[in-house]
Every structure is written in structure tokens, then in C-alpha cells.
Design a protein around this ligand. Structure first.
Ligand SMILES: [Fe+2]
Length: 290
């Protein structure tokens, strides 16, 4: 595969607004065309999650056909494993992003699969939080950016357990610095991390690389306590967003000068249960822009 021209400054990327997530062929999944018709002005774009094998589904093709804006969320590449970024994945991802007209691509950083890639693995092991790992991930991000010709936003993934000596925000700050590129900050995943290390949700704000945050994810979740008393935050994309995540959203969104998009990851919920979440995000993003 021949190298493509690198994209221009990420600060010049278009502002997409507040969007909804959908995922290839998953049912139930929010139908963006029907949702937008029922609730005009509530979603500005759709973030479509897929892998090279599944490609685009009918629902997202319908959205694109009527002129809807999109981003592409990969679910199948190991940014922390250089050999996984092969020509098959690069060409398939570039094709999907171009068909969608996505201004950038994004996806959780870590290991989506262990061993050979196969459809629907979805393992998603978090990266090892060390400088060595951040250097490998940053090289992967740069390579994809050059080959796909679009900005690549690595996302902090969800996990209750991490190895390594870095805070997850320090890890992604490093990836951003080393790749000279932007990141995607998932606030539900950050809330889970903060809870897992026994810290308050907003105690690590000084570690956020605010200038590098181009996209933010907000998702529903809640408290779970196991039979033996272990308590944690579940990232199940339910309709209700946890107070820890709202606290992060209110503290971080106004401080990101290059923020272009906020996705409410709510694809599995009945539309009427997520309207208030979208409305709150529009108010937050609108106020931040003022
Ligand atoms: Fe996310």
C-alpha cells in the first residue's frame, strides 16, 4: 500500500457537534434516520462502529445517503501491536472511512483480539500503562494516519484492571505528544478508572491533555457490587449516565479548545430514554463554545 498525504492540522477539523453511536448489524441499535426524524436537531452526526469484515450496514448507508455526517470507530485493530496494522486492515478501514465521508477515525487503544484477528472478537484488553507501550501505540497511530490519510484518535479503553506505572491520562498524553496527534477521551471509561484506583472522578483533571481532546464519549453505566462485596462501575451503555461521568463532563468539556464532537454512546436503548441525555450534552457543548 502506498503512503498517503498526512491530513492538515487537527485543530482545523470540522466541528461535528453532538452525535449518537451505532454498531454494525447489532440489534437493537439506534436507527439514526428514524431517530433524527422523530427528534429534529438532537443528533448532529453518527459514530459508526465496525470492523473490516462487517463493513457498513444498511442503517448507516441510509444515514449517509441523506447527507448525514459520520465518524468511523474501528473495533478490530491492536494499536499496541505493530504487526496487527497490516495492509488488509488498512485498506478496508480506509475504504469504510471514505465511503462514510468520515473526517477522522477513532477507536479504543489496546488489544481488540489475542492471536489472529477474527470477526467479532471484541476482547479489548487495555494497554500496559508504560512509556514503552505508549511509544508503540504512538507509532501505530502515526502509521495508520499516514496510510489512511485521516487523523486517528486513540481512545482510553474501559477496564477494571491495568498493568503499568502510569495514570491512564498520563499514558494518553504521552501518546498524543509522541504521535503529534489528537485523542478521544471517553469519560465513562475515565470514571471507571478513577473508581478502580480509589480516587474521586475529578481528582486527576490536571493530567488531562485538554488541547489534544478532539472527541469526547459519554455513556450510561452504574454501580455493581459482587456477592463478595467488590464494587465497581459497569460500562454497559444503559440510558442513565452516572453522576461521576456528568461531573467529568461538566469539568472537562468547557476546557477543551479543540473539541469537535461529543458522542452519547446509547445505541442499545429505546430512543425516548436517551433524549434528555442528548439535550444535556447539547447544553454543555453549546455553553462551552460560547
Ligand atoms: Fe467510548
Amino acid at each position: 500500500m502506498s503512503a498517503l498525504v498526512s491530513p492538515s492540522d487537527y485543530r482545523d477539523l470540522p466541528r461535528l457537534g453532538v452525535g449518537a453511536s451505532t454498531e454494525a448489524g447489532t440489534r437493537p441499535s439506534l436507527d439514526p434516520v428514524a431517530f433524527a426524524a422523530e427528534h429534529p436537531g438532537l443528533i448532529d452526526f453518527v459514530e459508526y462502529g465496525s470492523d473490516v469484515d462487517r463493513g457498513l450496514d444498511a442503517s448507516i448507508r441510509g444515514w449517509v445517503a441523506q447527507g448525514g455526517a459520520t465518524t468511523y470507530h474501528f473495533l478490530d485493530v491492536n494499536l499496541e501491536e505493530e504487526s496487527d496494522i497490516d495492509d488488509h486492515w488498512l485498506s478496508g478501514t480506509r475504504r469504510a472511512a471514505e465511503e462514510l465521508g468520515a473526517p477522522w477515525i477513532c477507536g479504543d487503544s489496546g488489544l481488540w483480539h489475542f492471536g489472529p484477528r477474527d470477526q467479532g472478537h471484541g476482547l479489548l484488553l487495555p494497554p500496559i500503562l508504560t512509556r514503552d507501550s505508549a511509544e508503540i501505540t504512538a507509532r501505530g497511530v502515526r502509521h495508520i494516519r499516514q496510510q489512511v490519510g485521516k487523523w486517528v484518535l486513540p481512545e482510553n479503553p474501559p477496564s477494571l484492571y491495568f498493568l503499568g506505572d502510569l495514570h491512564i491520562l498520563d499514558y494518553f498524553r504521552l501518546v498524543s505528544e509522541l504521535s503529534e496527534g489528537p485523542i478521544l477521551l471517553d469519560l465513562a471509561h475515565l470514571a471507571i478508572f478513577q473508581r478502580a484506583i480509589g480516587a474521586s472522578p475529578t481528582s486527576a483533571l490536571e493530567r488531562v491533555p485538554f488541547d489534544s481532546v478532539v472527541e469526547i464519549h459519554v455513556a450510561g453505566g452504574g454501580e455493581v457490587t459482587t456477592e463478595d462485596g467488590f464494587s465497581y462501575l459497569e460500562d454497559d451503555h444503559r440510558s442513565v449516565v452516572h453522576d461521576d461521568v456528568w461531573a467529568l463532563a461538566e469539568a472537562i468539556i468547557p476546557r477543551c479548545p479543540n473539541l469537535k464532537a461529543i458522542v452519547f454512546e446509547c445505541e442499545h436503548n429505546p430512543p425516548d430514554r436517551v433524549v434528555s441525555g442528548f439535550e444535556r450534552l447539547h447544553r454543555l457543548f453549546g455553553a462551552a463554545s460560547c
